[in-house]
Ligand binder design. Structure first.
Ligand SMILES: [Zn+2]
Length: 224
């Protein structure tokens, strides 16, 4: 276990998907602070695209309830001139990673070798909540949950639901709330090049995201 790792940085509430203007600001802010390189590649559902910030903004405006992934790949940290988004760099050279922004139609629900599924999910109205079908060509490696209760229409905040996980190295049980459930996440995709389990996200990177998405972000490191 622990062959690859991603870090998920999510708003406090699982149902929050920022407006296109806020996503635009988030990306510009991270580029200004040298956490993201220039250049933009994204997908709307299965359809890949690239272009300028204006092009991305048009795609965000036109698809407020569709899965959108914006993705950057850094093949060598040292030559990129960028700041690493985690508090410890996992080696001295050959450091690679990706940064992605995920915007989800329903609510993404990721389980893994270390993150258990919720036991059961009930709305306050008594309705049991079940997973919804995956959209064609899912790019997030996650299931989907309805953002609102299908019976009463009230939003469901999965971030408050107790969940069980296990330490990726020792297997010791760890409990928490919410797991990886979101409509918006900034994902640091380490692949096989990751720092020690429990490494914090670099404080400047968190601040840059907080300043746009609001405070009290949730951070979950996944292994598989
Ligand atoms: Zn309900």
């Amino acid at each position: 276990m622990g062959v690859e790792s991603n870090f998920y940085i999510m708003p406090a509430s699982s149902g929050f998907r920022p407006e296109p203007e806020a996503i635009d600001s988030l990306i510009r802010n991270l580029q200004d602070q040298r956490y993201l390189p220039e250049g933009l590649n994204w997908s709307v559902g299965c359809a890949k695209a690239s272009g300028s910030m204006d092009d991305l903004r048009a795609a965000l405006d036109a698809n407020p309830a569709t899965d959108i992934q914006v993705r950057w790949r850094i093949s060598d940290l040292a030559s990129s001139g960028l700041r690493y988004p985690l508090a410890r760099i996992p080696g001295s050279d050959g450091i690679y990673y990706g940064i992605e922004v995920h915007l989800v139609g329903d609510t993404a629900y990721r389980i893994s070798e270390i993150i258990q599924p919720f036991d059961s999910i009930y709305c306050a109205c008594g309705q049991e909540i079940e997973e919804t079908p995956l959209p064609a060509g899912d790019r997030f490696g996650a299931g989907r949950l309805p953002t609102s209760c299908p019976a009463c229409g009230q939003p469901v905040d999965y971030a408050r639901i107790p969940m069980e996980a296990s330490h990726p190295m020792t297997g010791a049980p760890e409990s928490g709330h919410g797991g990886i459930t979101y409509r918006c996440a900034v994902v640091v995709e380490c692949g096989k090049c990751y720092p020690d389990y429990g490494t914090p996200v670099e404080s400047g990177f968190i601040s840059a995201i907080e300043s746009v998405l609001g405070g009290e972000l949730r951070v979950v490191q996944d292994f598989w």
